[in-house]
Design a protein around this ligand. Structure first.
Ligand code: SF4
Length: 65
């Protein structure tokens, strides 16, 4: 997928992604942290893409759901 993901997509994918790794441990301990979940806050997100190739499959599952 060559499209640039919207910030909304980045958040929706992160919330549903089994491979999400918060870049900051403090994030998950904060009240309402789910609102901050986004691929941009994931350790696997580098140079605007998912280095473990989960993004497309998670996004596809969301579309089908
Ligand atoms: S960057 Fe990749 S591993 Fe991290 S939440 Fe997004 S899709 Fe999942």
């Amino acid at each position: 997928m060559k499209n640039i993901a919207s910030s909304e997509q980045l958040m929706m994918v992160a919330v549903n992604c089994p491979g999400y790794v918060a870049t900051s441990n403090n994030f998950t301990n904060t009240v309402g942290a789910n609102n901050c979940k986004s691929c941009t806050n994931c350790s696997n997100w580098q140079n605007n893409k998912c280095t473990v190739n989960l993004f497309d499959s998670v996004l596809t599952d969301l579309d089908q759901g």
